[in-house]
Design a protein around this ligand. Structure first.
Ligand SMILES: [Zn+2]
Length: 105
């Protein structure tokens, strides 16, 4: 029996952490002072790194939201593809995993 509540707490905590990080990233990207920098090329490369981090963060947020939805539906820990139970090891590593190891590969 999977301890769903424990994973739920993990997911909520991770979501909180992510949204704080995304806010910080937004602050960096929106900083109007950066427009005055002389090294524009360096700046925009810098922005790209932050943007890709932001995109990865948003993707993870969506995965966490979907996992929390599965918790509500009582489907958490069940593979969305084959319906088998997702192993505890996998959920410990990736609490928002929607697929079992077999279906991932
Ligand atoms: Zn599966």
């Amino acid at each position: 029996m999977t301890n769903v509540n424990l994973y739920r707490q993990k997911l909520v905590a991770r979501k909180q952490e992510l949204s704080e990080r995304l806010e910080q990233l937004e602050d960096v990207l929106d900083d109007p002072k950066s427009q005055d920098f002389s090294e524009h090329a360096v700046e925009s490369e810098f922005d790209e790194v932050y943007e890709s981090q932001g995109r990865a963060g948003l993707k993870e947020m969506a995965a966490i939201d979907a996992a929390l939805e599965r918790v509500e539906k009582g489907e958490f820990g069940i593979c969305a593809s084959c319906g088998n139970t997702i192993s505890k090891e996998r959920l410990d590593a990736v609490p928002y995993a929607a697929l079992c190891r077999n279906c991932m590969s």
